[in-house]
Design a protein around this ligand. Sequence first.
Ligand code: SAH
Length: 363
Amino acid sequence: MEQLNTTEMQTAADKKKRSIYSLELHEIKDWLSKNGEKPFRAEQIYDWLYKKRTTAFEDMSNLSKGLRDKLTEQFQITTLKTVIQQTSSDGTIKFLFELHDGYSIETVLMRHDYGNSVCVTTQVGCRIGCTFCASTLGGLKRHLEAGEIVAQVVTVQQALDQTDERVSSVVIMGIGEPFDNYDNMLSFLKIINHDKGLMIGARHITVSTSGIIPKIYQFADENMQINFAISLHASNTELRSRLMPINKAYKLDDLMKAVKYYIDKTGRRISFEYGLFGGVNDTVPHAEELATLLKGIKCHVNLIPVNYVPERDYVRTPRDKIFAFEKTLKNHGINVTIRREHGHDIDAACGQLRAKERKEETR
Ligand code: SAH
């Protein structure tokens, strides 16, 4: 049997430890109390992790040596290995990170005039099976821990620290279905939102779901002031079932009921993502049908011209038809925008870089 050297043994031991990034502030406080330490140390630890962005417990110089040792013994500070970093001509940066078990995930930094936004991944792969999406091609490998989602934001923030910039918003629209990894997603939200942590305002965070209905009710009851998006993609239930198999389990009618509950409960408007797939769901009659479906609902529609995925045979809607679709919705008084594309030259649509990488590995 091959012998492991000391560094390899250390790394192997670290992998078994819980990521400190997975802990909400109150959980660190509980841990401190149980370990005979003062709970206020939790704020100091958060300060080191999220304000100073330290990656070693030894460096936390205002904590006692004993506490630093205990932390080192029981926790690790997740670091993500950057395998690929691609910068697009529009400034978008796409990261392919490797996790401790060798799986890879994607994270994207988008630059807007209103700030820097990070798009995070919540699962290695996805089991939802949307027929147009690259993220679901190899199925679900595993959920990400909260700390692995937090680490994506911290790592991008560390890259931005070099130019004194800040991550100002986060979108949970990378690989995976966030509501299929609900508890970890929720901890992630609380950690990045915390004012002792990265302080990303709730109104600057967006979560998107393919429509896991029970979780929509649960999320509504959390009553967080987060932006909420639903991947709708169809104007009627038959069409939606064809595009998104999840609609067979969670039907459009019930989805719309859950959406109304969410709006009533939170007072917030909802966003609908509607991918335009050439010849499938992109005609003016579809737009009319969509307007009827959304009538009276406090919402915003985001039209996404399809991102080409080599394994899928969807084609782009011509520009004039995209505008006709938009205009039809506008005529019905519906708020609508066409999504601006980021990083078109670098496979920036979710799952594309990872899918490409996986294909190269199996070649
Ligand atoms: N699983 C969640 C989060 C992903 S968000 C969800 O489904 O909402 C990513 C968005 O891009 C979703 O709206 C998804 O449906 C959409 N999408 C995926 N593949 C696409 C493609 N090839 N073209 C256009 N939109 C796509």
